[in-house]
Every structure is written in C-alpha cells, then in structure tokens.
Ligand binder design. Structure first.
Ligand SMILES: *Cc1c(COP(=O)(O)O)cnc(C)c1O
Length: 377
C-alpha cells in the first residue's frame, strides 16, 4: 500500500524539543513563562517590531481583537466571505452581526470595490459597520492598500486575519502588520505550528498588553482574585510556546519550501489547459503559498475537480476542495452578504493540493502523476 500524503502535516525542525525540555526542567508547565515571553519577542521581530500577545488560538486572537475594538452586541462587522470559519465565529461570540463580502479574482480575497458598496449600503440602512475583518487566504495577501483606503475613508477599523499568511508580505511589509490589529494562527496545519495557538499583533504595546490582561481572565494586579471586567482563559501555554520558538527559527526555510512546491506542481502540470493557479497579481504581493491552490476549467482541461480528488483519495493522497464561502454555511444563513459569484466559483471549481513543507519531489510527482493520468484517459 502506498504511504499516505497529508494535505499539510506539521513539520518539526528538531529545534523545538530543546525549548520544551527547558520548560520541563524548570517546571514551567503553567500557561505563561519564559518560552511565552521568548516567543512573543522573537515573533515581534518577524512582525517589524509590532507587539505580540501569544494566545490559545487564532480564533481567540480575532475574538480579542473585536473586544479591543469595542465591538458590541448588535454591531455589524464586515468580513471576508471566502475564508475559514475561524475568521467570523468571533463576530457571533460578541453577539454582533457578520456581513459577508465576496472576493476579487486577483487574490481570491475580499474585493475592495464590493467592500465599498457594502459600506455604502449599510450606511444607507442607517448602520455604520464597527469593524472589517479581512483574511489573507491560503497565504496570499489581500489588496491591503485598497482595503485600508476604503476603511480609512469611512473611519472603520480593520482586523487583518493573517492566520494563514505568516511569512507573506505586501509591499515589502509582513502580513500580520496591517490594520489596527492582526491575528496569526499556529494551529497544527499552519505554516508553522505550536500544536495549537495564535497571536494578536498590534502596532503599539498598549493593545497587546490589554489583550494579555483579557486573555488571563482579566485578573487585576492583586494577591486575591479581583475582576472588574469580563475575562477569558485565552493565553498560550509555556510548553507550546517552546514548540513555537523552535518552529520560528525555520520560518524562512518553510516559506521557501512552500514556494518551491507550488512552482514544481505548476511545472509538472503545465501541459494541462484550463488550470488556473492562485497567483501573485504583481510585485506588491509575496505569498508564503501555504497551500498550492488552483481552479480547474473542466471544459478546457477535460477533467473535473471531483475526478482529481477521487483519483488522489484512492491513492491515499489528501487533497481538498477550496473553502466553502461563509454565506453558504447553514450557521450563517440569515446574515447579510454582498456577492459577486467569485467565492461560489472558487468553491465549485477549485482544489488545494498537498503542500506540507516536508513533501518530497517524488511525492509531488506522485500527486501530479495521477492528475496527468486522468487527463490522458
Ligand atoms: C486557521 C484559521 C483561523 C483560526 O485559527 P485557529 O488557530 O485554528 O483558531 C482563522 N482564520 C483563518 C483564515 C484560518 O485559516
């Protein structure tokens, strides 16, 4: 039987255990401790010196961002529609109302023109949106200049969901440093992992400090437990931060590996017409290409995305359809949406290929081989 190829398994560097061992030897098994401090300052260096609060997940980071921006029950929050549910669940945690904005085809991320239309329409209905959450999907930066310009024009704060985009850059600046606040994820499937974890990134230290406070049950600085506002148990554990420190040392290598993987797939499959790869629109965009993604024009290619997924699954290869847009999810059925058909098109026609950074050349050839074979049939 052929070995399983996962979509994006964790890829340890061997440097993680040193930090985890230190945590054990010093008995810092608690949440917080020297690895959390170290991870925050090392990550801050990757984020152009922006402040970092290490938390339990990317979803927790987005939730904290909304709280810090003052999003209240009944407020409307504009959000990327073509994304993972972690982007938008925190809107409901706050009792606020998600308003979904569809994608542009250039980046597959939030369409800035549609965002503007959505804002105008919400204003016309008498409600100014409280925030915008924009995701950098599959590692591709959104059109952050245009999104920020629209947001600034209307005085609406932006949260950048860079959960998938650590190591990506827009106009030379790291993803995770755009907007009023940003979120990163270190879930097991992301470009680097702490097993489970996330971070809130803010331009100055004040917001990060407030996030740390709220994430520690909003415990006041007294010996006894004193609480003046609602808190959360959202901090990162010191053991897991140790994994993150080891992973962060190889982030650059991981990004390079992902870019080579994508390039190689494209080369292997270049004979098949009708394959459209998620691509950097111009030199302003630098993607970590966390996952290699493409759409299949079935008429031109002579194969369907379903047939590709089926053939790969039979050989124990884990490939997936693209994100199912939020407006198509039962849980978000009743919320407003501004659509142009692009998210639905991507979901109906797109796939992600196995993209783990440990994927070998022959793994890639095995994956591409099946696609070439069914194309030739
Ligand atoms: C993974 C992810 C999240 C949530 O991160 P977790 O650490 O899994 O909570 C949010 N948004 C996007 C786009 C993601 O890919």
């Amino acid at each position: 039987m052929s070995t399983k190829i996962w979509l994006h398994p964790p890829h340890m560097s061997g440097r993680e255990e040193k930090y985890v061992r230190e945590a054990f030897e010093s008995n810092w098994i608690a949440p917080l401790g020297p690895n959390v401090d170290g991870f925050e300052s090392e990550l801050s260096r990757c984020m152009s010196g922006h402040s970092v609060a290490a938390v339990a997940s990317g979803t927790a980071a987005i939730h904290l961002a909304l709280i810090l921006l003052g999003v209240k029950p009944g407020d409307e929050v504009l959000a990327s529609d073509f994304t993972f549910t972690g982007t938008v669940n925190p809107i409901l945690y706050q009792g606020a109302v998600p308003v979904f904005v569809d994608s542009e085809m250039d980046t597959w991320n939030m369409d800035p023109m549609l965002l503007e239309e959505a804002i105008m329409d919400r204003l016309k209905r008498g409600k100014k949106p409280a925030a915008i959450i924009v995701a950098d999907i599959y590692g591709m930066p959104a059109n952050l200049a245009a999104i920020s310009a629209v947001a600034e024009k209307h005085g609406i704060p932006v949260v950048e969901d860079a959960a998938e985009a650590l190591g990506s850059k827009y106009k030379g600046k790291p993803c995770g440093t755009f907007g009023q606040l940003a979120a990163l994820s270190f879930n097991g499937n992301k470009i680097i992992t702490t097993s489970g974890g996330g971070a809130l990134v803010s331009p100055g230290p004040e917001m990060a400090e407030k996030a740390r406070f709220l994430a520690s049950q909003a415990k006041e600085k007294t010996l006894h437990f004193e609480h003046h506002r609602l808190g959360y148990n959202y901090r990162m554990s010191n053991v897991l931060a140790g994994i993150g420190r080891g992973q962060l040392e190889v982030l650059g290598e991981r990004v390079t590996a992902h870019r080579i993987i994508r390039q190689h797939y494209q080369e292997l499959l270049k004979e098949i017409p009708g394959l459209e790869w998620q691509a950097e629109p111009d030199a302003d965009y630098f993607s970590n290409f966390w996952l290699t993604c493409l759409t299949v024009n079935s008429k031109e290619a002579g194969i369907t995305p379903e047939a590709i997924l089926r053939a790969l699954a039979e050989d124990h290869i884990d490939a997936r359809p693209l994100m199912k847009p939020m407006h198509m999810q039962e849980v978000f059925r009743d919320y407003p949406r501004y659509l142009n058909g692009n998210g639905e098109h991507l979901f109906a026609n797109g796939i992600s290929l196995p993209s783990g950074s440990a994927l070998t050349e022959s793994d890639r050839e095995r994956v591409a081989g099946w696609i070439l074979r069914i194309h030739a049939e």
